[in-house]
Design a protein. Structure first.
Length: 238
């Protein structure tokens, strides 16, 4: 498990491409790998990778086909920098929110604004993932725990704000329009949304798409409507 609090950036020193498998050698920031052992987990731009070789200041990782397909790691190059975080240990402070390191999808950067002492980025995702993204909810972008500031479901876009410390510790300050990032949705939100949708599908069947279309035309999300109902009318949540 990870907390989404990025501890620095690592540089890709060597990339070996094989059929269905990449091998990465990363150079770490000072003291990042103290006590790191073979078999340990490190989040690299939000992707949980296992250490296969290690010496002071660097480590090697294998990236399997599934991770390459789902993340941005399929399109990387030597010299590139990544957000990195060690796995959380027992008793660690959860400064962000719990992350698995299992990336769900990628998103493209479609907007960048720079108010004084801040940066705002706008991302666009595939429609099926918008069900799980809510204003003021958590989301992980390239392994960084962030709060969604606003959501536009019609365009499948959401925004987040970055404070100077986050920009200093991560790679976000170097990102540009059109760049792709890794997204991990918040698991509690996913469970709640999927439970509601399964409950409604079992009871409404073919009427469910019509209800969603009707609510969508009014700018309302199905899950938001159900959440507003009295407790006696909503499904039990795990």
């Amino acid at each position: 498990m990870f907390t989404g609090i990025v501890k620095g950036t690592a540089r890709l020193a060597k990339l070996e491409r094989k059929q269905g498998l990449y091998t990465l050698t990363l150079d770490f920031p000072p003291d990042f790998d103290a006590g790191l052992a073979i078999g340990a987990s490190v989040a690299v731009d939000g992707v949980c990778l296992t250490v296969t070789r290690h010496a002071s200041g660097w480590a090697e990782f294998d990236v399997m086909q599934e991770s390459l397909v789902r993340s941005t790691l399929a399109n990387i190059s030597e010299g590139q920098r990544f957000n990195v975080e060690r796995a959380a240990h027992d008793g660690a402070e959860i400064g962000g929110h719990p992350l698995s390191g299992h990336v769900d999808c990628t998103a493209s950067i479609v907007g960048i604004e720079t108010p004084e002492n801040n940066k705002v980025m706008r991302f666009e995702v595939a429609p099926e993932w918008m069900h799980y993204i809510f204003a003021k909810g958590y989301i992980a972008v390239n392994g960084c725990s962030l709060t969604v500031s606003d959501v536009d479901r019609a365009t499948r876009r959401f925004s987040v704000w970055f404070i100077p410390e986050t920009l200093r510790a991560t790679t976000f300050d170097a990102k540009q329009l059109g760049d792709m990032v890794n997204i991990e949705i918040e698991r509690g939100t996913q469970v709640t949304v999927d439970t509601i949708r399964t409950y409604l599908d079992e009871r409404l069947g073919p009427l469910l798409p019509r209800l969603e279309a009707l609510l969508g035309g009014q700018g309302t999300l199905l899950e938001q409507t159900i959440a507003a109902l009295p407790p006696s009318t909503t499904p039990d949540k795990p």
